[in-house]
Design a binder for this molecule. Sequence first.
Ligand code: ADP
Length: 501
Amino acid sequence: HQSNGGSDNHLIKIPKIKFTKLFINGEFVDALAGKTFETIDPRTGEVITRVAEGDKEDVDLAVKAAREAFDHGKWPRMSGFERGRIMMKFADLIDENIEELAILDTLNAGKLLSWGKLLDIPHAANTLRYYAGAADKIHGKTLKLSQEMQGYTLLEPIGVVGHIIPWNFPSTMFFMKVAPALAAGCTMIVKPAEQTPLSALYYAHLAKLAGIPDGVLNVVNGFGPTAGSAISSHMDIDKVSFTGSTDVGRVVMQAAATSNLKVVSLELGGKSPLIIFDDADLDKAVDLALLGILYNKANNQICVAGSRVYVQEGIYDAFVKKSAEKAKTWVVGDPFDPRSQQGPQVDKKQFNKILSYIEHGKKEGATLLTGGKAVGEKGYYIEPTIFTDVKEDNIIVKDEIFGPVMSLMKFKTVEEAIERANTTRYGLAAGIVTNDLNLANRVSRSIRAGVIWINCYFAFDRDCPYGGYKMSGFGRDLGMDALEKYLQTKSVVTPIYNSPW
Ligand code: ADP
């Protein structure tokens, strides 16, 4: 790879951080205990600012506001059309502030500014628009019951929702959760990841400007074991929608079960396979493999990362050579610099974790084809790293690394590829590269994963439901499936004739 390691020769004016408190009942407020925590710039490890640190009592206040807004407020009671109009306005306000919002995510998460402006922030606005268009099309069914009875179903908002989100896509995740819940007529509390609170607070401000009533959307920054756990164990939250690690997902589900049995949906870790068959175009396949793992939009910190790459034996050697060549040209550096293809990892903890996995890989006997080291003196940059000679039971193949580390493995037959691709406790995504349509169809039906990309990777679309099989969780984000998560069905039954009822 090449490094422009933290170069300052690009002129971005970083705006003053405007929002650092908690957003409860339509107001920015300090945490009740007066606590704050540092939010860090992963380019340097330095403090950007301090933000209010919410804990249980702040979550209680936010839930009280959300409960009131749900039980007596306008939002769930206004027409879906009207909700949709307000959501459209919210989306327009995001569009007007793309630059500033993208800068916040770059500063806070180390994401490439160019991608934030082009993808993350416009995608956030468009996700709102997608669900805004659905808000007035939420219908139940007419039921044909016995002769004397008729019935219908109402799709009602599920109530007060707690969204717990991770740091890898602060804006995308926020709206994947918030937009369908708003369209459904729910009220909510969002807990952004402790690493990336800044854009979420800005969105809270825009929601208020757009006309979303007080109490409908609350943002409580804070840590998992305190603010997060207060959400998952709250007695007055009706649903928790969580995206994060499998270990924490388990804790969230337990807390939901032992509190009020709130409905849970979990989008968890992944260790997604990318299978490249002999007939694939070599250049395209290498590019897809690199895109799948080094995807510069999130500095490889993607749960769907194609971290296990299976290459058929006929093109394996050529594939290894070419991917090493291409990975070496990868530009790692300041995410504000338009020349960078990869920014820093989000924080010191992730940075150390990835480096220790790389050490583990070496100790387990895998060959380090390229990369493997930190880049530069400051910040959390890591070289794009490729291992070959990896065995199926190596830790680097089994665990989710959440970093720029790819394992290349050779296979012979289609059956072997399917078998090995499925040898994982996860089931989030998979990729297939081949020009043989029948083969692609057959393999896509045989892999147990929530999304299969054929001759593409990381091809997200608002209209495409996304979520896991197996220990990657359950429930879908995006698409109309996500709207259903925030609704519940009520059956209404009535006699038609003057029956004995
Ligand atoms: P990652 O490993 O990607 O940081 P985590 O699962 O640790 O993922 O974090 C995802 C989200 O879950 C974050 O918002 C974090 O604060 C929250 N979280 C962490 N621990 C808990 C917990 N015990 N209860 C509820 N939420 C938690």
